[in-house]
Design a protein around this ligand. Structure first.
Ligand SMILES: [Fe+2]
Length: 377
């Protein structure tokens, strides 16, 4: 109960402390920056730097689609989600935690989640999902809470491109060895009716500017990962390239992958903005990580880029017991990343199993309507 009152206080304080609009600047900080292609790139000015210990790998732990409503966040559903995250943090000992969007549905759930993640004292970085405006004071309010948290490295990014497009450079020995592009893929139906949105042309131009700017600074193209909520349409091509629909089996080596499952129709936009093709052409981005489709999970090498559906974390919105947990990106000194899914069994605890199954909380297939009800997985 004390914790609940603290969150209520934080919420009331947030109404008086955060700027009402993105253009209103408080406390002398500039929130968004103005960008066009003529601006010279500088990592010092436009990127966040995190240093890798040369003696060990740099571990990034991703939580996907935690997505609790207020009522859930303060019930067993929220507590079980926190238990899952706590287990994953202790298992993987991350250097950075990322949230790939659809972080929470409502304002109190948002504040509770932020306080929980921040309490570990580990740097963390979130992107916005298509649900990250639902039930909040505004999407900007959510972005402001993410940016103000003590250990969060969330940055607003350039103006006019949404909330939270930012660059994290991971360095070792004074050099950038890998870049994370944190990207806002927006909501739905703003760019095309009946479709989920994706990156604006301006974001894609900004990404190209940064890839080329970092390459100029380092004297070579630096490997990178794009972390965003909504996948690119090529996720479907990747799946089609490894799944034999006639036999219902996966081709090698994916038949040996513990987590290579498509259990709902993919929800990329109904248009192709050319982002994947540009990534291929520039040769920097070797990994994409998305959430969005809660019961899909894979990591497939497709035309030189590893496309990853992260494991869904927690029991908010809709979920399935066989695709639940977190995903790590493990960076070695050579700049390459290895992707691993970390399964957390919701039925390992009898109490949890009873609560989740008896009440059928958000269980996919137990009355929960998937995004595309006609899909036969
Ligand atoms: Fe979601």
């Amino acid at each position: 109960m004390t914790a609940d009152i603290r969150v209520i206080n934080e919420f009331l304080e947030s109404l008086t402390q955060h700027p009402k609009t993105p253009d209103e600047v408080r406390f002398g900080d500039t929130l968004f920056y103005n960008w066009d292609e003529s601006v010279p790139y500088s990592s010092d000015l436009y990127a966040i730097e995190l240093e890798k210990d040369p003696d060990r790998d740099f571990v990034i732990l991703n939580f996907a689609d935690i997505q609790c409503h207020d009522g859930e966040a303060f019930s067993e559903v929220g507590e079980f989600a926190e238990e899952t995250m706590d287990k994953l943090i202790r298992q993987t000992r991350p250097d950075l935690i990322t949230l790939s969007g659809d972080n929470a549905f409502d304002a109190f759930a948002y504040l509770r989640l932020i306080r929980f993640i921040d309490s570990y004292g580990i740097p963390w970085a979130a992107v916005m999902g298509n649900a990250d405006h639902t039930g909040l004071v505004s999407e900007f309010w959510g972005a402001y809470q993410l940016a103000e948290a003590k250990n969060s490295v969330f940055d607003y990014g350039p103006s006019g491109m949404g909330y939270g497009n930012y660059i994290i450079n991971i360095t070792e020995g004074g050099h950038i060895i890998h870049t994370l592009f944190m990207l806002d893929t927006h909501h739905e139906e703003e760019m095309q009716a009946g479709s989920y949105d994706h990156l604006y042309d301006s974001q894609i131009a900004w990404y190209k500017w940064a890839v080329e700017g970092i390459a100029a600074e380092e004297g070579h193209t630096v490997e990178s990962t794009a972390i965003m909520h909504i996948p690119v349409p090529e996720y479907q091509n990747a799946w089609d390239s490894v799944y034999d629909a006639e036999t219902g089996t996966l081709r090698a080596p994916y038949c040996d992958h513990a987590f290579c499952r498509v259990q709902e129709k993919m929800g990329p936009p109904d248009f192709n903005n050319g982002f994947f093709a540009l990534c291929k052409a520039l040769g920097s981005t070797k990994n994409m990580l998305c959430g969005h489709d809660h019961v899909n999970c894979f990591s497939i090498d497709y035309e030189g880029i590893t496309l990853t559906y992260a494991l869904k974390t927690g029991y908010g919105c809709y979920w399935k017991p066989d695709t639940h947990g977190g995903t790590t990106l493990t960076l070695s000194s050579d700049g390459h990343i290895r992707v691993d899914h970390h399964y957390i069994d919701p039925t390992a605890s009898e109490v949890k199993k009873f609560v989740l199954e008896y009440f059928g909380i958000n269980r996919y297939g137990d009355g929960i309507v998937p995004k595309f009800p006609d899909f036969k997985g």
